[in-house]
Design a protein around this ligand. Structure first.
Ligand code: SF4
Length: 439
């Protein structure tokens, strides 16, 4: 007998917000009787949730969509999300695509796919990014993993950093209602999720579209009322967006992880200004000092873009110096690559080899800093949230402390997704510590 169950496959590129949205759309398809299959299998509908942050991400999006159509000519293939929103004409021109959608109305993907499956034609309109005014409520119903869940609370960005395409791909800041966020997190906690990561395109701008800059702090205060909530982590936030109330909450409420990801991007004020970043190096350092003063053992991780137009030996040396002085516990190094459509792409670009050389130097500094931060915790006891998957090389259980140290421990599978007390014994390499579970 031929199965009448329709099959759908999803491919997600890019950030945690995209992953959250794909999961929520998958829930809609399942609720409507679809079977979800791997992207490499035959399906009736293929959805690519795209990314446009780099030219490479856009290229990959096109490649994946084309491959899906080649696999199965009769299937519906759609590209949705950031790439379509920022470059709608470029995406519409891809022959293999049956429909496109921008960054909003993702809840309508199923309806559009079904209309095409039924032989109808649909409008392939993508709104201008400035017109994306409403926060689109999507929620996760099914859990693929109970160790941690990303919860999206905000969409869009008004900052327009000169290297970044995201404001054109996501539109202006729109925030999810506090009650809806709290209800979702309460449900996830009841379902046994141990760690919640609050995510957004520009998380710290939460609520700012209504002229209120303290909404994220208020939301965090509301979350302290939820029972059985173990850990809440903020995905990434500008130092300028952390107020005193937020510092107090992180310092005093156990559920908030003492870990903040504050993107520095450069240690040179000249480059920060060219990037249109909203702070100077001095302001950034002052914020970190205040945070460390208030929150013991705080892990401060960061992003740095290396080789931005105008970068010189001198500005790069300033960045190296700043990174060491601040003493981040981890630095994500991004070699600058021009994104078409952004102001920085029009500036004079550095030689690619020089960008590689700077990146290598900064990565070495990062590894030394990671080891330094680990050292502070050797011999101490920390709670570790054990992951679902074991470490590939050692076969040991892996997990993260609240301050984002990755720890390897010996133990049985029934510890997966549990919070266990661990004595941190030694550093294995910059990325791992070895620990022992305390009985
Ligand atoms: S703050 Fe800057 S880097 Fe972050 S999303 Fe907005 S424009 Fe992009």
């Amino acid at each position: 007998m031929i199965s009448m169950i329709k099959r759908a496959a999803f491919y997600t590129l890019g950030c945690k917000v995209n992953q959250y949205e794909t999961e929520a759309v998958i829930d809609i398809f399942i609720d409507n009787g679809y079977q979800i299959v791997n992207f490499s299998e035959k399906a009736d509908v293929y959805i690519v949730n795209s990314c446009t942050v780099t030219n490479e991400a856009a290229r990959k999006t096109r490649q994946i969509a084309r491959r899906a159509k080649r696999r199965s000519e009769d299937s519906i293939v759609a590209i949705v999300g950031c790439y379509t929103q920022a470059f709608p004409d470029e995406v519409r021109d891809i022959e293999e695509i049956d429909f496109v959608m921008g960054s909003n109305n993702k809840a309508d993907i199923l309806d559009k796919a079904e209309e095409i499956l039924a032989g109808k034609s649909i409008e392939n309109d993508v709104k201008e990014y400035k017109e994306l005014k409403e926060y689109e409520e999507l929620e996760l119903k099914r859990l693929t993993n109970t160790t941690r869940a990303n919860v999206k609370i905000e969409d869009g960005c008004n900052q327009f950093c000169s290297y970044c395409i995201i404001p054109y791909a996501r539109g202006p800041v729109r925030s999810r209602k506090k009650e809806d966020v709290a209800a979702e997190i309460k449900r996830l906690a009841e379902q046994g999720v141990k760690e919640i990561i609050l995510t957004g395109t520009h998380l710290g701008a939460y609520g700012s579209e209504n002229g209120n800059n303290k909404e994220l702090t208020k939301l965090m205060a509301d979350l302290t009322e939820i029972e059985n909530l173990n850990r809440v982590r903020l995905s990434s936030i500008e130092g300028t967006e952390i107020d005193k109330g937020m510092m107090d909450l992180i310092a005093e409420e156990d559920i908030f992880c003492p870990h903040l990801h504050l993107p520095l991007q450069s240690g040179s004020n000249k480059i920060l200004e060219a990037m249109n970043r909203p702070y100077t190096l001095e302001e950034f350092k002052k914020t970190v000092a205040e945070l460390r003063n208030r929150i013991p053992d705080l892990a401060v991780t960061t992003d740095v873009i290396v080789g931005f137009p105008g970068e010189t030996e001198e500005t790069f040396a300033e960045t190296l110096e700043a990174v060491k002085e601040i003493g981040f516990s981890k630095v994500h190094v991004f070699p600058y690559s021009a994104r078409e459509g952004t102001p920085a792409a029009e500036m004079e670009q550095l030689n690619g080899n020089l960008v590689k050389e700077y990146s290598k130097k900064l990565r070495l500094v990062n590894e030394a800093l990671m080891l330094d931060y680990q050292k502070e915790f050797i011999g101490r006891e920390k709670e570790v949230l054990i992951e679902e998957v074991r470490d590939h090389t050692t076969g040991l259980l892996t997990g993260y402390t609240d301050n984002y140290l990755k720890v390897l421990v010996d133990g049985s599978d029934n510890l997966k997704n549990e919070l266990v007390k661990v004595k941190l014994k030694k550093s294995v390499d910059p990325y791992h510590l070895k620990g022992e579970i305390i009985k």
